[in-house]
Design a binder for this molecule. Sequence first.
Ligand code: PRP
Ligand code: MN
Ligand code: MG
Length: 183
Amino acid sequence: ASDIRTDLTTVLVTEEQIHEKLAELGKQIDADYAGKELLLVGVLKGAVMVMADLSRHLSHNVEIDWMAVSSYGTSTKSSGVVQIRKDLDTDMAGRHVLIVEDIIDSGLTLSWLLDNFASRGAASIEVCALLRKPAAAKVEIDCKYVGFDIPNDFVVGYGLDYAERYRNLRDVAVLAPHVYTGE
Ligand code: PRP
Ligand code: MN
Ligand code: MG
C-alpha cells in the first residue's frame, strides 16, 4: 500500500472544474438531442465517474448501457490491442448513441470502438470525453463533446487508473513517475 499523496505530482483538473464542465456539456447535449431518444454508452471501467455525473446533469430521460474494453492492462502505454470484456446488452440499431469516455489518449480505443459500432446500424454516433491528450494522438477521433485538453502526462483519478488503482481520487492528477518506474 502506498500513500496516495506522494504518488501524485500535480492536480491537473479539480473536482469543481470537472463538475462545472460536465454541467456545461450536459446543457449542450440536452439541447442537441432535444426531441430525440438518447442511448448513453459508457466505456468501462474508466468512464464510470463521468457517466454518473454527466448523466445526472441531463434533463433527458436517457438509457444507459456499458461496454467493457481494455487496452492498457497494467502498463502506462496502450497495447493497441483492444479486447471486449463485455458487449452491450442493447441493440443500437436506429438509436442515437453517445459514447461516454474518460479520456482520449492515443485514440486507439475509440477508433476501434467506432469501427466496431459502425456496422450496428445506429441512427447517429457521437463521442463525449472528459479529457483529451492532443500530443498523444495516434489516430484522429471526431469527438463532439470534449471537457479538457491536457498535456501528455500519465494521469489518474476520477475513474482513470494505473494498474486498477487511483480511480477513486476526486480530482485528475499526474501520477509521479516513481510509481511506474519502481524507483
Ligand atoms: C483507458 C481509458 C480509455 C483509453 C484511452 O482505458 O479509460 O478508455 O484507455 O486510451 P487510448 O486513447 O490510448 O486508447 P483502459 O484500457 O486503461 O481500461 P479501463 O477503462 O478499464 O481503465
Ligand atoms: Mn477505459
Ligand atoms: Mg485503465
